[in-house]
Design a protein around this ligand. Sequence first.
Ligand SMILES: [Ca+2]
Ligand SMILES: [Ca+2]
Ligand SMILES: [Ca+2]
Length: 709
Amino acid sequence: MRFARPSLAAAFTVPLVIGLAVGPASADPPPATLAAASLRSPIAADSFYFVMTDRYRDGDVANNTGGVAGGPSVTGFEPTSDAYYHGGDLAGLTGRCDPNDPEDDGLARIKRLGFTALWITPPFVQRTVQGTSAAYHGYWFLDLTKPDPHLGTEAEFAAFMSCAKKLGLKVFLDVVVNHTADVISYKQGNDYVPISRKPYRTAKGRAFNPWRYASGSSFPRLARRVSFAKTPTVDPGLRRAKVPTVLNQVTRYHNRGDIDWGSCVGRCEMDGDFSGLDDLMTEDWTVVKALADAYGSWITKYGVDGFRIDTAKHVDPYFFGRWLPLVQQTATAAGNPSFTSFGEAWLTDPSQLSELMLQRGLPSVLDFPFQDTARTFLTGRASGGSLAALFAEDDYYTSPTTNAYGLTTFLGNHDMGRIGFFLATQSAAEGQALLERDLLAHDLLYLTRGVPIVYYGDEVGMTGSGDGTDKRARQDMFATQVPDWRSEQRIGGAPIGSASSFGESSALESRIAALSGLRAEHPALATGAMITRYGRGPVFAASRIDAATRTEYLVAFNNGDVVASATVPTSTPSSSWTSLLGGTGVVSDANASVALSLPPRSTVVLEANDALPTAAAPSVSVRSAKDFVTGRHRLTAVVPGRDPSTVTFVMRKRGTTSWTVLGTDDARPFRVFVPPTETGGLEIAAVVRDSSARVASSIPIRVDLSPFL
Ligand SMILES: [Ca+2]
Ligand SMILES: [Ca+2]
Ligand SMILES: [Ca+2]
């Protein structure tokens, strides 16, 4: 359907609306003042080292048994088993805190590798042993307010934090809000009982849905024998074990049995116990407040800079919208308004993962789709086109407060396994070729959008054995006593034997430090707009734009085992380009194309020596279509030419005058997705700002958004 071109706006392209009822265009474009820069999160320029404290470095052997005497089933300590504490602690991780001491293997080493931030596994007091495993990983808390005695004292945590601050390293704590340690058991067994069969009941017996109370501070009073699908009981010795103490009340949990991983879809993921761990009634304001106060104390007392939030998709959908503002208030009051968080939700589809940010209120999430696609590309089993397709979905993350630049990206982790394991077992490479694939992996991690996270041990080429996942992916940095880990393959080196990993010098460490240096020296490589330029065969290439200096960078990756050639479009014509990493300099032709020749398994980073050209005056039009993947409405802005412009999308209810910003996009295709909650008659428009800071507005289009069925 088309509609009349208003006479006042002859310069603008006629908007076309697909699949939606439209009315005549208004002649009242949004003001140029709405043009905004694309958002960058407070951690967008950071790079993280993710460390499991128990496995990094033992600074004090006196705490290895956690202050109790006995065998491993009591102390949790058994350094020859991959399921128990090994002795690493806060004192060891802190080290001597001397950045000038090349032998200091604590935080000073992490700083030397170029990292600007750390994510540490949860440091809180744990239930030491459950079944045949100890809580060395930190995900079974009892007392949220203190460090676990295996890791150290409150004074040692304070010393750790003050060293991190001295070295300029941010510290993110891994926090769990979904569950506590497993102390609750059910007489009726652990099988999940759905709400349809047994609803929640108030203490007086009235059936109710906790989600109805997921706003405000009221919540019904519950009773142990009346309210739940199961009757919760706690071993007498553990009835006072949890802090905050309100979490000792069994009525603060869902008590409906274990998530059935084979069949559960939907509500059961949020109400069920995660492998027996007591699933908190996160809809209950008392729980929200207790978790905010307890975790907030680490911000107030120690100046923690942010949280990594475990099992985020298993928490009720309203929780983060209530809990995070409390945490943020605490951080602001403590003098850190830049405090931020990222959540864990193991979803590999951006349209689904982005819901955690757009609907549930997380500022960022771990980028599982990136990990999935990058791993497939890096092992040589997918083309550059797969990366191009991945980044094409970045627009799903764009809102007024979020976008893909704030995603935390990674290559492997403590659950799924290490990138070294994937490369060693899923690619055909060996020896030097395998090392080159691992270097390529870190290049891709550091030079594409998002906040890179390196899993400790990857920098010395650790791999894995067996299935390579979970406890098999949690090797010691210090001299290990686990037999398998002594003989495991190391990428770029020999098996470690009985030596410490700190003494080795690794090509991966050097590359990681070099990549950090590149990002620091050329900020666009960390935070500049990323525009996909090429994704075909073994090659993926993208531009990164420095808006301040109007400089274009080009990064390109070849995952093939032979030299790859590609003619790649850019926005900077007739310029020489200097190589910053790999390859040699090139020259772009009059059409701004560069001819690349990439050695096998390699990366090139190029910087244009000429500034971006001044383009013709900008213009923009918008169109809208239904996105059948998500049920959102997809808005696309068309900006002629190849200038690296930025587009801000706005909307207003028809008949009103003020515009609401939907989001800003700085990479073609320019798109945002309207939340499905917006319905009725709207006017939608876009404001473009080009690289020379000239601004133009589109003609608004009228759309009638009917709710998706
Ligand atoms: Ca120790
Ligand atoms: Ca839950
Ligand atoms: Ca885009």
